[in-house]
Write a protein that binds this ligand. Structure first.
Ligand code: PLP
Length: 394
């Protein structure tokens, strides 16, 4: 057991590992669905919560618990709940917080399925939602109602990289009797800790930077106190969207290099963003590390690094976007982000193609918008690949 508070880099290596009773240096994979009881009274005590221990993997498992502990520590939270995907984490928050008649204020620039979940399933259950530009705190304040139970934001937002003021929005939500949940996927706990800024709940798609190797689908919810944890755990036990032990093991392994990877993502991100900003075929670049980002000052206050995801607008619009994406060689033409490899996508022709143009433009997904998740390859190779692909645009 380590007694002193560790530096964040050491925490990435050691957080969660002290929960291991086997003496193995790394938490083993408990690939089991269920756990033996010593006796019926032992089983009864575990079920009644009078004794700590494992019952059934949907309700808890040592490998999952170790990974949850690591993320909770890095996020400066109390406990965490490992989920089967980022969307399972979002759904855990919605199903734990919302009842018929409740109202949600949500970022307009938000991961698409999060918006769809509120507009379909939760709408059917009698929950209403308003989607506002949360980069403008006044719009959040104006949207709050007596029935608002949850304010839900992403900062930076997907895919336009707009920032929302977590501290001010937490204050406004609390004044209205609501809780604030923040999707912190884009920056990871390495660069941003929303709970320390006043948020009540943090969610992540573990699929992205936290695992970091594009080989796992997972999600997590981090909470600040035991009471909320128990309430959320009960919902997750019933809805069943838990992560499995093997994926939890891979995520925990990924966490050990989170700091190293995030620093390199940011270093490459700065170089690529500056290259793109100076390129004649590009209209603008949105990256929190650039002084040209409209909320650069806010970013300096609320996060400690810019991450690896950026958006840029091609002057040639839709067809330039298609040409660029069909011309990249090393950067992978794929959705998702936060892996060691650079990933590039054109929302207008890919993820947002099914939206009508009007709805797409309302979400500020313009024709020539490109989202780039800068990996940790050699920066020279990333820039060389983008250069040759940009050269193909007439
Ligand atoms: N939140 C953000 C910001 C995302 O980008 C994603 C996925 O791209 C999700 C949540 C959902 O995560 P998952 O794909 O792991 O369900």
């Amino acid at each position: 057991m380590i007694s002193k508070e560790l530096n964040a880099q050491s925490m990435c290596i050691h957080a969660g590992e002290s929960i291991n009773e086997s003496r193995a240096v790394v938490q083993p994979i408990y690939q089991t669905s269920t756990f033996r009881f010593d006796s019926t009274s032992h089983g009864a005590a575990l079920f009644a919560g009078r004794q700590e221990g494992y019952i059934y993997t949907r309700m808890g498992n040592p490998t999952i618990r170790a990974m949850e502990e690591a993320v909770a520590t890095l996020e400066k939270g109390k406990r965490a709940l490992g989920c089967g995907s980022g969307m399972a984490a979002v759904n855990t928050v919605f199903s734990a917080e919302l009842s018929a008649g409740d109202h949600v204020v949500c970022s307009q620039v938000v991961y698409g399925p999060t918006m769809t979940l509120l507009n379909t399933v939760y709408k059917r259950f009698g929950v209403t939602a308003d989607f506002v530009d949360t980069s403008d705190t006044d719009q959040v304040i104006r949207a709050l109602k007596p029935t608002t139970r949850l304010v839900y934001i992403e900062s930076p937002g997907n895919p336009t990289i707009e920032l929302s003021d977590i501290q001010k929005i937490a204050h406004a939500a609390h004044n209205a009797g609501a809780v604030l949940a923040v999707d912190n996927t884009f920056l990871s706990p390495w660069f941003q800790n929303p709970l320390a800024l006043g948020a009540d709940i943090v969610i992540h798609s573990l699929t992205k930077f936290i695992n970091g190797h594009a080989d796992v689908i997972g999600g997590i919810v981090v909470v600040k106190d035991d009471e909320t944890y128990k309430r959320y755990r009960s919902v997750l036990n019933q809805t069943g969207g838990v992560i499995d032990p093997f994926n939890a093991f891979l995520v925990h392994r990924g966490i050990k290099t989170l700091g190293l990877r995030m620093e390199r993502h940011a270093q490459n991100g700065m170089a690529v963003a500056r290259f793109l900003e100076a390129h004649p075929k590009i209209d603008w670049v949105r990256y929190p590390g650039l002084k040209s980002h409209p909320q650069y000052e806010l970013g300096q206050r609320q996060h400690s690094g810019p991450g690896g995801v950026m958006a840029f607008e091609l002057k040639g619009g839709f067809s330039a976007g298609e040409t660029l994406l069909n011309s990249v060689e090393m950067c992978a033409l794929a959705v998702s982000l936060g892996g060691v490899e650079s990933l590039i996508q054109h929302p207008a022709s890919m993820t947002h193609a099914s939206l009508g143009k009007e709805q797409r433009l309302a979400a500020r997904v313009t024709d020539g918008l490109i989202r780039l998740s800068v990996g940790i390859e050699s920066c020279d190779d990333i820039i060389a690949d983008l250069t040759q692909a940009l050269d193909r645009i007439p």
